[in-house]
Design a protein around this ligand. Structure first.
Ligand SMILES: [Zn+2]
Length: 481
């Protein structure tokens, strides 16, 4: 076995250590010479580009356009929506000097862009004919964090933020629901991470929003991961930033706005959900490389290398993301382990004996060593045709495994004692009829450090399992990232 694999501690022993080791060893990220920040290396950026492409396609298909707004926000603008600024104040970084001079007004580095977008929408929207405005921005934001965990918690991170303005509350509500469903679709059908979609409690709501909705995944250590949010902002931001329109009946009205975002955190969830003791297992739809070709060459291997190059060209022609690992001085075994560690879904092995027999071996990363179906021998002229079907199978298998985990770790306790025990043990998504009372949520948090993840209606019982008061919703509780 290669040393590479030994450098990754067993996943089941300590998920956090395993996670950090994999992110660095697989060359997704590197530590930056700035506290709290990370460098996204090409392979990690490749993951982000795949996620970006899948999201962007869905945004366009639902009528949105991309635009870009500035990084810096004047303080006088930021403070206009009181609840919003209060919610973000502890995390905001400020620019106080520029060009060698102290600035007359501090500039905030955006923690999110509702403010600057709101100011512009106020100028762009005059009449009901201008609505809806459906814009997405791909951007970086800064939120001052003390801890750093690749993709999950960093001071600066990449994301997208959608910002829309509508004439009616119903239209805004439909937009918020639509984008939440886009996120669910991408989490499940691209990242192969199953999620629960629902509304956040009042305490967990976005600062300044009327309603916040989220998708929540469950990680192997029993902690929940919020993977995306979609907010109904009501008319709060429209009032603060004067986003008004003249309606068909000539009255002047405030717009109903929304915002929604998914960040590179989704990648962190994907890594934790699928990886194993050998490293990453990347679902094909997110994989920067779907296929790696490894020639098995000892000594003179011109014929094998030529055959591998022909395979590479054929895979590229078929539109596959593929690489030929023809590095000299590394053994095939070393290369197998390295690409396994980096999570490439499918490997093609080709040696002299295979070439004589007119075959190649296809090896699936999602299956364990020597597991039934891990390897299959395919005639050389049928390799390219066999790949798309295999990639689909891998994509499906990863989602099926993750879904089985979520289902087996979603538990509906019968009593308050059982509820508190399960939360303290970090047993998974604990699903209860809940009262929606902030005092109840606070008490649970104090005792177990768990919070509500999200809620849906109706409640499946009369009484809150946590406190015994009348239940109004069904809620998932869990400790969270
Ligand atoms: Zn309660």
């Amino acid at each position: 076995m290669a040393e590479l694999v030994r450098e990754i501690p067993p996943k089941a022993d300590d998920l956090s250590e395993w996670y950090q080791a994999v992110c660095y060893r697989a060359e997704l990220v590197a530590q930056a010479p700035v506290r709290g920040c990370l460098v996204l290396r090409p392979y990690g950026y490749g993951l982000w580009e795949r996620l970006q492409a899948e999201l962007d396609r869905r945004f366009k298909a639902t009528g949105h356009e991309n635009a870009y707004f500035p990084l810096l926000i004047p303080e006088s603008l930021l403070v206009r929506e009181a609840e919003h600024v209060e919610g973000f104040a502890p995390e905001v970084a400020w620019v106080t000097e520029g060009g060698g001079e102290k600035l007359a007004e501090r500039l905030a580095i955006r923690p999110t862009s509702e403010v600057i977008v709101g100011v512009m929408y106020a100028q762009w929207i005059q009449s009901y004919r201008d609505l809806p405005v459906l814009i997405n921005q791909w951007a970086n934001v800064v939120r001052w964090e003390k801890r750093t965990r690749p993709f999950l918690r960093t001071l600066e991170f990449l994301w997208q933020e959608g910002h829309t303005a509508h004439a009616t509350e119903d239209e805004a509500a439909a937009e918020v629901a639509q984008m939440l469903d886009v996120y669910r679709d991408v989490a499940e059908n691209v990242a192969a991470v199953p999620v629960y979609a629902g509304e956040k409690s009042a305490a967990e709501r976005f600062a300044g929003a009327l309603h916040t909705y989220s998708i929540e995944a469950l990680m192997p250590d029993g902690r929940a991961l919020q993977a995306a949010t979609s907010h109904a902002l009501g008319q709060n931001f429209a009032r603060a930033y004067d986003i008004t329109f003249s309606a068909e009946d000539q009255t002047q009205q405030h717009c109903w706005t929304t915002s929604w975002g998914m960040s590179w955190r989704m990648l962190g969830g994907m890594i934790m959900a699928h990886g194993d003791d050998r490293g990453l297992r990347i679902p094909p739809k997110l994989a920067p490389l779907e296929v790696v070709i490894v020639p098995i060459v000892r000594g003179e291997g011109t014929a094998v290398l030529d055959a591998c190059r022909r395979l590479l060209a054929a895979c590229r022609d078929a539109g596959l993301r593929v690489k030929l690992d023809d590095r000299e001085g590394q053994s095939p075994g070393f290369k197998f382990n390295e690409w396994d560690m980096r999570g490439v879904p499918l490997r093609i092995e080709l040696g002299a004996r295979d070439l004589d027999a007119g075959v190649a071996t296809l090896v699936r990363r999602d299956r364990a060593f020597k597991e039934e179906g891990q390897k299959r021998t395919v005639p050389l002229d049928g390799v390219v045709a066999a790949i798309p079907g295999l990639l689909d199978e891998i994509q499906t298998a990863l989602l099926t495994q993750a879904r089985a985990f979520l289902q087996s770790h979603t538990i509906a306790p019968a009593s308050s004692d059982e509820f508190y025990t399960l939360l303290s043990e970090r047993a998974g998504m604990i699903d209860i009829p809940w009262c929606e009372r902030p005092e109840c949520e606070e008490a649970v948090k104090e005792r177990t450090s768990a919070t509500t993840r999200n809620m849906r209606r109706p409640a499946r019982g009369d009484r809150c399992i946590a406190c015994g008061e009348p239940a109004t919703v069904q809620a998932y509780f869990s400790q969270a990232y």
